[in-house]
Design a protein around this ligand. Structure first.
Ligand code: PHE
Length: 338
């Protein structure tokens, strides 16, 4: 089975990035994906304030592959051996197609693996951390959309409860985000490609629509929480939201979409900022040994980072992505020159 491990940067410290196990038409597409995703991980760790760089593992399954339990173990052992060969310059965690139990299997070959279940000494699933970070990003976004704070108003709560969201994708992170927003009293539109996810919509009192419809729903914020590439040049003119903020990695089908969104006056939070909560949780618990309440505060800071990105972007009249890229570049140069 072709395995690609991309180490994009170690300027800030050892590279980190999940292990994706996915089907690709050609194994070279898997390499390309690993390269793109690893560079996003460098931006993610840098802006999350972690002393780590970015990397990614992709196991590129040929179309029609079925892995039985033994095949899967063998592949994950190969992944573990390959990671071990990096001698600590790269560590992995779960990603699309892998979970905490797979991290145990990888961990039979290397210690450079995060998110094993607590019973195996790890920090467990990264999904709750990711979801918490997304909600912090959403609060920062609706606060930014509602304009500068009125000094006469002493409400510390950003108006999530007064806003509407379309959550596209109810996997573990999307479902968790939807739940947290529902608890906060937000108006919700949700969708998933799996029809059985409708049960969650009913439970949360959310409006259930088809995925294409959710993407163009009239809401304050569109929350992409499924696979990447959803924001295409063709979709931009159809959007009816004020902002797009979600955990899906690589949301832009092509880099020019950030500019198209900006030109339409739609705020786009770079996905690598909004989705950092999971890796922050894993690193803070497993490497820094911080207690959960300190980790939670660290995840909350994603909101402050995003506010700063929005502020910088507004000041120079550029898209948030441009401001975020400048911040990443500054962090990396600073690290190389100190
Ligand atoms: N899938 C996680 C992400 O994209 C990757 C990860 C989590 C890597 C935890 C290491 C530790 O951020």
């Amino acid at each position: 089975m072709p395995i690609a491990i991309a180490v994009h940067s170690t300027a800030l410290g050892p590279a980190l990035g999940g292990c994706r196990l996915w089907t690709y038409p050609d194994w070279r597409d898997g390499i390309e994906d690993a390269l793109r995703l690893s560079s996003a991980m460098t931006a993610k760790t840098a802006l999350a304030g972690l002393a780590n760089g970015g990397g990614k593992t992709v196991v590129a399954l040929p179309p029609g592959t079925h892995l039985d339990v033994d095949d899967r173990r063998a592949v994950l052992h190969d992944v573990g051996d390959a990671i071990e060969a990096f001698g600590g310059r790269y560590g992995t965690g779960p990603d699309v197609g892998t979970g905490v139990d797979d991290m145990v299997t990888i961990g039979e070959r290397t210690d450079h693996v995060f998110c094993r279940p607590a019973s195996h000494g790890g920090s467990g699933s990264s999904s709750p951390g990711t979801a918490a970070g997304v909600v912090a990003a959403l609060r920062a976004t609706v606060a930014h959309l509602s304009g500068p704070a009125d000094p006469a108003e002493h409400s510390p709560q950003a108006p999530v409860e007064k806003s509407s969201f379309a959550v596209v994708g109810l996997g573990s992170v999307g479902a968790d985000v939807a739940r947290r927003l529902a608890v906060a009293g937000a108006r919700l539109v949700v969708s998933d490609v799996r029809p059985d996810a409708k049960a969650l919509a009913d439970e949360l009192g959310a409006e259930w629509v088809a995925p294409e419809e959710a993407l163009t729903a009239e809401v304050d914020v569109l929350v992409p929480a499924a696979l990447g590439g959803v924001l295409t040049p063709a979709l931009v003119p159809q959007l009816r939201c004020r902002a797009v903020v979600g955990p899906a990695n690589n949301q832009l089908a092509s880099p020019d979409v950030a500019g198209l969104l900006h030109d339409r006056g739609i705020l786009w939070a770079p996905d690598y900022v909004a989705s950092a909560g999971g890796i922050v949780h894993a690193v803070a618990v497993e490497l820094y040994r911080e207690p959960e309440y300190v980790v939670a505060a660290r995840i909350e800071r994603i909101g402050e980072t995003l506010t700063e990105v929005y502020r910088m972007a507004a000041e120079s009249g550029v898209a948030p992505a441009t401001a975020a890229e400048a911040l990443v570049a500054a962090k990396l140069t600073q690290a190389t020159h100190s």
